[in-house]
Design a protein around this ligand. Structure first.
Ligand SMILES: O=C(CO)[C@@H](O)[C@H](O)COP(=O)(O)O
Ligand SMILES: [Fe+2]
Length: 229
């Protein structure tokens, strides 16, 4: 199983299952891994934090069943991430990333990020925190030492196939200087061979790509282009 924290610190590419053919998701995901993908990104949407519904524990369990060695990186676009820690660990998730926007003090009655990070680790998963394009680094800053990854959204969450927002790279550059060397800096939204190099130059070392990978005629060349190989 992939260890996100282990050297060498080469850029990793995470094909996003949201862009796969849901009717044959495990097969399509396996194809993206065979083409050079390092891990799989799984987008969970609850219809509240974002308008769309996508997938949940059933999809995680199905991917785990058919791809026992794949690292499953789960991105929760949900209001109540704490409700899913046990179920997603049981289903086979390897990392569990929740949005800073659902945490206190930004949400009244929101999540306590420190408690949630501890429970994610206790459940055997790598904790991650996510910030939307307008959200400042200060919203994750108190938690950086406890995180295995920080995800900077480069589109507004909720759908694949949107255009990359280069203005978020300022936050990536700042985060890179503040993160421990073992913590991955992830970017998600509009990443393809044409946008990935700016993200890598800003210190990103975990690149999510959905439509660029699954829509490509040559997935291996696309993944290599995103990795910068
Ligand atoms: O979290 C999300 C969207 O909310 C992403 O993970 C998408 O799946 C990325 O899709 P592309 O922009 O790469 O098509
Ligand atoms: Fe995502």
């Amino acid at each position: 199983m992939l260890d996100l924290a282990a050297p060498p610190r080469l850029p990793l590419v995470a094909p996003s299952v949201l862009a796969a053919d849901f009717g044959r998701a495990a097969g399509d995901a396996a194809d993206a891994l065979a083409a050079g993908g390092d891990l799989l990104h799984v987008d969970v949407m609850d219809g509240h934090f974002v308008p769309n519904l996508s997938m949940g524990g059933g999809m995680i369990a199905g991917l785990r069943k058919h791809l026992p060695d794949a690292f499953l990186d789960v991105h929760l676009m949900v209001e109540r991430p704490h409700d899913y820690v046990g179920a997603f660990a049981e289903a086979g998730a390897n990392s569990f990333s929740f949005h800073a926007e659902v945490c206190r003090p930004h949400r009244v009655h929101g999540v306590d990020a420190g408690d949630l990070i501890a429970s994610i680790r206790d459940a055997g998963m790598t904790p991650g925190m996510v910030i939307n394009p307008p959200t400042p680094v200060s919203w994750v800053a108190p938690y950086l030492d406890g995180l295995g990854l920080v995800l900077v959204m480069s589109v507004f969450p909720g759908a694949g196939g949107q255009s990359f927002m280069p203005e978020v790279l300022t936050k990536c550059r700042e985060l890179r200087t503040r993160l421990r060397p073992t913590t991955r800096l992830q970017i998600d939204g509009g990443i393809g061979p044409g946008t990935a190099s700016a993200a890598r130059d800003a210190g990103v070392d975990l690149l999510v790509a959905g439509s660029a990978v699954f829509g490509a005629a040559d997935r291996a060349a696309t993944i290599a282009g995103i990795r910068g190989a």
